[in-house]
Design a protein around this ligand. Structure first.
Ligand code: GLU
Length: 429
């Protein structure tokens, strides 16, 4: 049996974050249930390579500030590495490596011909002006441009980045090459090679996984079904509107500062308009203002954690009352929380399943860019629905066959495809 402390003793520089250790534990559990050797397990966890850069940016006040940036390529066994770029003050090399590892198994689980990567810049994206953000993005792209590309590593948006950041990124990369290269990033504006449906894809995917899971649980989704969402960025906000459209009642949503609660259901369009004007949810009149801790403990049928990692821990897991948790964020539940909630019979749709709608449509965008032919939004959404529902079914099937939880089953499906590719390709040299 693999000793867990092998991955927590700091013998590799990427191992010091909680998210890396938590994610590695999930992979190790699945790999052990598959009966894989220690040597293979090591290969499943350690990233292939990482680049660390320092980015000098001239701020609006005239000073030059230095920001740390990272790009970690966890695996390129199934194809070019794929994964978002995060702008967050708490980002570290180790957290980025953990997120890159999750991308490898997310892409593999969804049968995408892609490996896993992640990038980050340690900065508070809300505190930067547009000019500063553009300078930071162009410098970051320029520093990592020889490491990435449509045939080796394709970034995308994540927390703190959006279509505008991707557009600056694509423009800078294109200048380095001397011609437009739309396939270098996904999540771009439609006018420069983005895909219809990409903006909403992650939230849409979250709701699709809930629909399929509810079928498996014989649970009806209707106007009495209550939904609580932690996080009101792209994923949380789109999940909220799709849930509403499905006919469910979104009773609470939150941002970094706090949440809104209305037991009769929130008017999501109204809340979205309020946020457009006021940036934060605070001050919205048609609901009670609550803390994020209170929101996590609300009585609800479905809980969607859609902000950052480590939101539900052993300290509050016992007080979560949802029947289904769909992980819109990456790593929102610690492993201890996961065990406590499973013991309480909560169905947990793991991150690599629940939030993969984003990377799936990113792959569609990449294919459209390469063939220079673009699909209708209806085509994109239909293809997304087919991919998500097939994958949810595959995970339920694996979980029943192996008598294991959905997270382990999802990792098992993802790992097996990577292992098959390893075996065909062999070890170089
Ligand atoms: N950042 C998203 C994720 O964590 C999307 C990645 C992508 O589209 O490449 O899955």
């Amino acid at each position: 049996m693999k000793q867990e402390q092998d991955y927590t003793n700091g013998s590799h520089i990427w191992e010091d974050s909680e998210l890396f250790q938590e994610s590695a534990k999930g992979v190790i559990k699945a790999a052990e249930e598959l009966g894989l050797s220690d040597e293979l397990i090591d290969r499943l966890i350690q990233p292939r390579r990482a680049l660390v850069v320092t980015l000098p940016v001239r701020m609006d006040n005239g000073d030059v500030r230095f920001f740390d940036g990272y790009r970690v390529q966890h695996s390129m066994t199934l194809g070019p590495a794929k994964g978002g770029i995060r702008y967050h003050p708490d980002s570290t090399l180790s957290e980025t490596a953990a997120l890159a590892m999750l991308m490898t198994y997310k892409c593999s689980l969804f049968s995408l011909p892609l490996g896993g990567a992640k990038g980050a810049v340690r900065c508070d994206s809300m505190a930067l002006s547009d000019r500063e953000k553009q300078a930071l993005t162009r410098r970051y792209c320029s520093e990592i441009h020889s490491f990435i590309g449509p045939d080796r590593d394709i970034p995308a948006p994540d927390i703190g980045t959006d279509a505008q950041v991707m557009a600056w990124f694509m423009d800078t990369y294109s200048f380095e090459k001397g011609h437009a290269v739309p396939g270098v990033v996904t999540g771009k504006p439609v006018e420069i090679g983005g895909s219809l449906g990409r903006l909403e894809a992650t939230g849409r995917g979250v709701i699709y996984t809930i629909i399929e899971t509810a079928k498996h649980l014989d649970m009806e989704l209707n106007q009495d079904t209550t939904i609580v969402i932690n996080g009101f960025g792209n994923v949380g906000s789109v999940s909220a509107s799709k849930a509403k459209k499905l006919g469910c009642k979104v009773i609470a949503v939150s941002d970094v500062k706090g949440g809104l609660y209305n037991p009769n259901g929130l008017n999501i369009t109204d809340v979205q308009n309020y946020v457009k004007e006021n940036t934060f949810l605070e001050g919205y009149k048609e609901a009670d203002y609550i803390t994020n801790d209170e929101l996590i403990e609300l009585e609800t049928d479905i809980f969607i954690p859609a902000s950052v990692s480590g939101i539900v821990t052993k300290d509050n897991a016992d007080r979560v009352k949802a029947k289904i948790i769909a992980e819109g964020a990456n790593g929102p539940l610690t492993r201890d929380a996961d065990i406590i909630l499973r013991d309480k019979n909560v169905t947990i749709i793991p991150d690599i399943l629940a939030n993969a709608g984003g990377v799936t449509v990113s792959y569609f965008e990449y294919v459209q860019d390469l063939q220079n032919m673009f699909w209708s939004e209806k085509d994109v959404n239909n293809k997304l629905w087919n991919t998500v529902s097939e994958t949810v079914q595959r995970v339920f099937h694996e979980s029943q066959r192996r008598k294991t939880d959905l997270r382990t089953a999802a990792f098992m499906v993802g790992i097996q495809r990577v292992i098959k590719a390893f075996t065909w390709r062999g070890t170089f040299p």
